[in-house]
Structures are given as structure tokens and as C-alpha cells.
Design a protein. Sequence first.
Length: 318
Amino acid sequence: MLDTIGEQHIGRAIGFTSMSLSVGLFAGPIVGGFLYDLAGYFAVFVPAFVLVVLEFVLRMLLITPSLKTDIKRNLTEEEGRLLMTDAAGTPTTVSPRKPALLYLLCMPRFIIAMTGMFMLNSFMTALEAVLPVYLPQVFPYRSTEIAIVFLSNTLPMICSPLGGAVVDRMGPFWPAVLGFTLITPSMMLLSLVREPEMIMSVLLRLFLFLFGCGVSLAMPAMMTEITLAKDDMEDEHPGIFGDGGTSSQAYGLSNAAFAAGTLVGPLYAGYIRESASWSAMVISLGAFSALMVIFVVAFTPLKGRVLHGSRVPDSTRQ
């Protein structure tokens, strides 16, 4: 995607990717709930098979852009031992044989972006797993009503491209901070939803809406930060990742973190819900989001940003 779009609009493009991931995750319960009530169990699987076939056709039609190797990566074998300068200005040599994966995993900024991806998907899959079970215990909801509830947090996620545009303009720091700050109280306040009252039904939808707004801001920010963290290391130490770069490995790690959230979110939420309570589950998830705010403030550069196709160098927070 970076090769196709370029840095100028990478945040907005990632916003569309984030929208697809988030909306796809929550559209399942919505579509499934309606189809189950209308046509029964087996009808729920029809859209899934149709989408698998459609995805295969689109993948076959995908045209991969030709990659132009950056000059800074065209190193000869003799130049393999990179000449770099440390903070004190002393030249040092670094062996190019060290796997690029280790450089990425030793970068706190990259680790925090991966952790953010993991947390966001854990939150989403936790709600997807527990809400359909919890809501019928509180409200007289059937599958269709539960599907309508999921619209509350799915609709704001459609605005993820707007969040990506904000990332293009301001950089990942503020959208990430604002996103996780919105998620924290919205998750914690879900603990209030325990009685089958109209006000509780309204508050449920309000808190889920705020949660969706937070995800639509934080997800593009974290995905963009993965790209910027990798690129900034390459700018600081040209050729550190070898001839081919490390874009695929960076996004592979981010996908692994996202997939880990898919696994951990339902397991954690289900266990806490059964062993403790609904309130304990959502409050603990909100606490994790608050922890992410601290991590983002501590490790994500405030001044590094994407502006009109060029990045302003990171500077010290003021």
C-alpha cells in the first residue's frame, strides 16, 4: 500500500484499511443476526462463502506495483558493514547480518504500535464475543435487536478514513491519545448497563458509539506509526535493513499482533465474565486502554508527522 499510495496520503489509505478490518469484524454479528431471524441457521453462512469467492476474484485481479529500490538500500557487499554515528557523534559499525526482525523488536516505538494493534483488536473481539451472550440476560433482545446494538459502534468505524486524514495532518500521536482516551471511559462505563431499563439501553448505545469513535482514531494512528517507526530508523541508519528493506516484516509483525488480539480478546473477556462479572471485564479492558494512553505518550513522538508528502523530523516534546 505504501508503494502504491506513497507517504503523502498513507494515513488516509490506512484509514480505509482500518475501516475494512473494524467494520468487517462487527458486521458479522449484524448481518448474521438478521439472517438468523429471517432465514434460519444455514443462511448465516451464505454471505461468508460469497465474500470468500469475491475476495479470491479480487486478489487475482490485483496488480502489484513495480518496486523501485531506494538508493540508500543499494549497498554493495563491501558496504555491508554500515557506517553510522551514535548519539555522541562517534562512528560505529553495525553488522548487516543481524536480522531486520531483531532491529524492529528492539525499537520501543515499534513495540508500542504493535501493542496498540493488539489491544484494539482484543477490545473489539472481546465485545463481539461477550455482548451477544450478555445482552439477552439483561434485555429481552433477540438476534435482530442484538444486531442493531452492534450498529452503534460499527457506524463510527466507517469514518476511519477521516481518522486517517487527521493522522496525515497531525501525525499519529494525538489521534492515538484521543482514541484510547475515548475508549477508556466508554469501556468502563459499560459496567453501568445491568438493568433492563430504557435509560440503560440508551447508555449502552452511547458508550458503544464512543468506543467506535475511539477505534476509528486509534487504529489508523497505530497502523501508520508502524510505517513511520520503520522509516525513521532507516532514515537515521541508512541501509540498516539491507537491500530489500523490511516493510513486509514490519507489517507481518503488525498482522501477528492483530491476530493475537483476535485470539486473546474473546478468551480473556469470556474468562473474566464467567469467573468475575461483566463489570470486572469491561473495567479491566478500560484499564488496559488507559495504560495504552500512557505508553503512547511515553514512546510515540509528538512532533513527527506526515505533511504534504514529507515528514517533519521528530523533535523533543515541549
